[in-house]
Design a protein around this ligand. Structure first.
Ligand code: FAD
Ligand code: NAI
Length: 474
């Protein structure tokens, strides 16, 4: 007889492993199947998905190392510290990153054991419906589950005619394993990966050129924030070329050559040692045999779900990158918990209006809620408070005076509608804004809270005060 489970999760990334742990905590006999793209040397599948293996965690490790390198080379001297010219040992940097990945992916296996989640090794594909629930083939075995959560995530989108070998031409996988500092690095796509990976290699000495099709830089961000980011990143030496059209890409022993047309229609050829293609991601639904159970996909191959991650088939749910919404690990985890709790009959929920976005450049960028241009387009009357980090003692002490906090609040009710931060520690500072917005807070609520001095969080406090035109330090 086939193995039977209350809940089967397909995919062990942040959406899947969190859903599995929560389902098991709620008393369900739970299994999670994971195919094997990031196998360890023994051939065992690594849990953690894109995020832990080839996404969030390794990229942040490289961002940290390259930041320290840049600080040692440029910022130390200003503070009276001389260390000579720093040198980077790239294999050691990559090795450290891989050790962190090993530790964390093994940690998820430990969490599965602790929570009694059964790990099934192999690719999951729908077969049909049996007496005990949905039938899913995992490897060679067919298992049955009353409830199935699809969390198969996403993979890099590639461009026609540009063959990714993850050596010379890389997507996110190869970009996190480059073994020497490229003299010239080309990147197609000035999105999140382009800016983060471009920052890593620029700090380590590469001449980085980013080619972006869209006319506007970071159009999804608040217009003040994207303008400031463009100014600061360009000053650091990233060459950001907007509105380009990519032509033929050729490889040779010497490297890669990219033909493109700029926004004025002028033709160019860019020669580089390596190319990173970071033009968005596509859902992993091929090989899932969704049609075997009548699961509806949209035209982009994403599984169609409602706001509770319910698919069109009762007892089948889908979470994370494989469904609509931002492709973010914390969004995937939030949905995973929500679905497990809904299966248990609880009131699981996910507030899509308060999902924070972070870009881990230096300075960091982070935001939550509406941008100023969205409020204008929606005809919402709002007030704004904007305070630069330059006015903050802690930021100056840290040598990080760039950027600002901008708070947008409803002109009538004072409810916070959006917070946009570019500056040191933005990824942590945004949490206060998320909490305030989740509680339906007003700018006055934050203005009346005592913030420790001297901290960067005082800039958030001052921005709240500035919404009422009563900033004290600016
Ligand atoms: P995934 O993490 O993609 O996991 C899906 C898992 O399912 C994979 O392990 C896959 O092997 C498995 N699988 C697929 N199909 C099957 C099948 N049929 N059977 C069995 N298993 C299957 N997000 C952030 O929030 N912060 C960041 O800083 C951040 N940085 C990123 C940096 C990079 C370079 C990249 C590429 C992404 C980054 N992301 C970041 C995005 C984040 O990684 C994803 O949003 C997140 O991993 C999505 O989680 P998921 O569980 O939906 O899918
Ligand atoms: P992205 O969607 O952030 O950016 C892709 C960029 O490529 C866009 O600006 C787009 O206009 C451009 N583009 C598309 N086609 C192009 C073409 N033919 N020529 C030139 N430019 C083109 O996607 P990215 O950077 O690949 O990252 C994928 C996803 O991974 C992100 O959307 C995000 O969800 C997630 N991620 C999140 C991070 C974070 O939270 N800090 C870090 C890295 C990735």
């Amino acid at each position: 007889m086939s193995q039977q489970f209350d809940v089967l999760v397909i995919g062990g990334g942040p959406g899947g492993y969190v859903a599995a742990i929560r389902a098991a905590q709620l008393g369900f006999n739970t299994a999670c199947c994971e195919s094997n793209p990031y196998a360890d040397p023994k051939g065992e599948p690594r849990l953690g998905g894109t995020c832990l293996n080839v996404g969030c965690i390794p990229s942040k490790a490289l961002l940290h190392t390259s930041h320290l390198f840049e600080e040692a080379g440029h910022a130390f001297a200003e503070q009276g510290i001389s260390v000579g010219t720093p040198r980077i040992d790239v294999p050691r940097m990559i090795g450290r990153k891989s050790e962190i990945v090993d530790k964390l992916t093994a940690g998820i296996k430990g969490l599965f054991k602790k929570n009694n989640v059964t790990l099934l090794k192999g690719h999951g594909a729908f077969v049909g419906q049996g007496a005990a629930g949905w039938q899913v083939k995992v490897g060679e075995e067919v298992v049955e589950a009353r409830q199935v959560i699809v969390a198969t995530g996403s993979k890099a989108r590639h461009l026609p005619g540009i063959a990714v070998d993850n050596k010379l031409i890389c997507d996110n996988i190869g970009a996190l394993d480059i073994d020497a500092v490229p003299r010239k690095l080309a990147i197609i796509g000035a999105g999140v990966i382009g800016l983060e990976m471009g920052s890593v290699w620029r700090r380590l000495g590469s001449e980085v050129t980013i080619l972006e099709a869209a006319p506007d830089f970071l159009a999804a961000a608040d217009v003040d924030l994207s303008r400031e980011a463009l100014k600061l990143l360009t000053k650091q030496g990233l060459s950001l070329n907007m509105g380009v059209r990519i032509g033929e890409v050729k490889t040779s022993k010497k490297g890669v050559s990219i033909a493109y047309v700029d926004k004025e229609g002028k033709e160019h050829k860019l020669d580089a040692d390596r190319l990173i293609v970071s033009v968005g991601r596509i859902p992993n639904t091929d090989g899932l045999d969704a049609e075997a159970v009548g699961l509806k996909l949209d035209e982009r191959g994403m599984i169609e779900v409602d706001e509770h991650c319910k698919t069109n088939v009762a007892g089948i749910w889908a979470v994370g990158d494989v469904v609509r919404g931002p492709m973010l690990a914390h969004k995937a985890m939030e949905e995973g918990v929500m679905v497990a709790e809904l299966i248990a009959g609880q009131a699981g929920h996910c507030n899509f209006d308060t999902i924070p976005f972070v870009i881990y450049t230096n300075p960091e960028m982070a935001w939550v809620g509406k941008t100023e241009q969205q409020l204008k387009a929606e005809g919402v009357a709002y007030k704004a408070g904007k305070i630069p980090f330059l006015a903050n003692g802690r930021a100056l002490g840290m040598g990080a005076p760039e950027g600002f906090v901008k708070m947008l609040a409803d002109a009538r009710t004072d409810r916070i509608l959006g917070v946009h931060i570019i500056g040191a520690g933005a990824s942590e500072l945004i949490a206060e804004a998320v909490v305030a917005m989740e509680f339906g807070g007003a700018s006055e609520d934050l203005a009346r809270i005592c913030h420790a001095h001297p901290t960067l969080s005082e800039v958030v406090h001052e921005a709240a005060l500035a919404c009422d035109k009563r900033a004290l330090h600016f």
